[in-house]
Ligand binder design. Structure first.
Ligand code: FAD
Ligand code: UDP
Length: 370
């Protein structure tokens, strides 16, 4: 059997960046992937000429010039700027929370008018040190925006009351007193023209990959002694859930191909923020690439609690899970021969740029001598 320097578990961004950098340092890698394709959650499926983001909409954004230049080696990016629309009952609002949102909500025009209303609403609660997502939202933006645009969406997305969720989740979203619908503050943003697969394909190049191969099955039948492991699956699964399972949210994507509709919703991302509508958002994939092919493809996202055996998407980084993760991280520290990385290996709500940065840091550390 061919021997490799590294066994990389998972062909998502973390595993692929690691393999690419390892090869530059003259190391050999075998990537094993339990799905039937490479790419992890950034994988796209071409449906009638439209790149469908199969595991949820992925918009690349970063403040780091280094990461932007790095990813641009593998694809050309378009000028897509994410500007979701929120639907609350029969009202439509722009996201993130900005002057367009405030103007629509209160019929006002100027930043001073918006600030006055928000300050008044904040004063009603007088929260100095927000302890949870609800307190954070109320102290950032006041009651009206919280109740119409945050509460219902967040409780559907996370299946928990906003008082039980960590504040940092809502700090991902900008609050702006300008008429600017850009969902991100990052300097660099876009979608790879032609989809994400090319990035992973180029990173993995001629690296050997075994699809439909899970780590536990692989080690049953193969001798992996002498190989170092890079593990990007669930950390709790690696340790056989010995302290109990970490909690995740999963998403069910209900994808519809609409050959007779050219433009279903006029925007790539439309969020449904009221509690009563069971899905969180509808993605219309063609708009990520400004495509004018006939027909369209949409995906409704339904969020639910994860159980062993289905896909884990979002780590739930509340106090209880973070404490449990620490116990697994302490075991991971002792595994001299294993590097844990990525969203599942580190149990972190990481965006793509953060995963690339973490993988580059891991390889810099690993190959500093060579
Ligand atoms: P993954 O992509 O999950 O790859 C891990 C791979 O390992 C998977 O292919 C999995 O099948 C495989 N694997 C797991 N366990 C095993 C095992 N035991 N044996 C073999 N293989 C295994 N980030 C952004 O920057 N912008 C966005 O707009 C954005 N939107 C997102 C939307 C959704 C719905 C989700 C879930 C995430 C989103 N992200 C976004 C985050 C982004 O997906 C991640 O940052 C990135 O893809 C994580 O890469 P990874 O390699 O850590 O994990
Ligand atoms: N959120 C919200 N209303 C929205 C969109 C987002 O309250 O219309 C909150 C929600 O709690 C969500 C968080 O902001 O989990 C982060 O949103 P983001 O769009 O970054 O989520 P992701 O793309 O990671 O699913």
């Amino acid at each position: 059997m061919k021997k490799y320097d590294y066994l990389i578990v998972g062909s998502g961004l973390f595993g692929a960046v690691f393999a690419y950098e390892a090869k530059k340092h003259g190391k050999t890698c075998l990537v094993i992937e339990k799905r039937n394709h490479i790419g992890g959650n950034i994988y796209c499926e071409n449906v009638n000429g439209i790149n469908v983001h199969k595991y949820g909409a992925h918009i690349f954004h970063t403040s780091s010039r280094k990461i932007w230049d790095y990813v641009n080696q593998f694809a050309e990016f378009n000028h897509y700027v994410n500007s979701p629309v929120a639907v609350y009952k029969d009202e439509l609002y722009n996201l993130p929370f900005n002057m367009n949102t405030f103007s629509k909500m209160w019929g006002i025009k100027t930043p001073d008018q918006a600030k006055e209303i928000i300050e008044k609403q904040k004063a009603l609660f007088n929260i100095e040190n927000p302890q949870n997502l609800e307190e954070q939202a109320l102290s950032l933006i006041g009651k009206d925006v919280y109740e119409k645009l945050i509460k219902g969406y967040t409780e559907k997305q996370w299946g928990r009351s906003c008082t039980e969720l960590p504040a940092f989740i809502i700090r991902r979203l900008p609050v702006r007193y300008t008429y600017d619908n850009n969902y991100f503050n990052d300097r660099f943003q876009g979608i790879p023209i032609g989809g994400y697969n090319q990035i992973i394909e180029k990173m993995l190049g001629d690296t050997d990959v075994l699809l439909e191969t899970s780590y536990k099955d692989y080690i049953k039948n193969h001798d992996i002694s002498g190989m170092k492991i890079v593990y990007t699956g669930n950390i709790d699964e690696y340790f056989d859930y010995q302290f109990g399972a970490l909690q995740y949210r999963t998403v069910r994507f209900e994808t519809e191909i609409l050959p007779d509709v050219d433009n279903y919703q006029g925007n790539a991302v439309v969020n449904y923020t009221e509690r009563e509508i069971p899905f969180t958002r509808i993605i219309e994939h063609k708009h990520f690439e400004f495509s004018s092919v006939p027909g369209t493809v949409i995906s409704r996202e339904y969020s639910s609690e994860w159980k062993v055996g289905i896909e884990p998407y979002y780590p739930i980084n509340n106090d209880e899970n973070n404490a449990l993760y620490k116990k697994y991280a302490a075991l991971a520290e002792k595994e001299q021969n294993v590097i844990f990385g990525g969203r599942l290996g580190r149990y972190q709500y990481y965006d793509m740029d953060k995963v690339i940065a973490a993988a580059l840091a891991a390889t810099e550390e690993e190959f500093k001598e060579s």
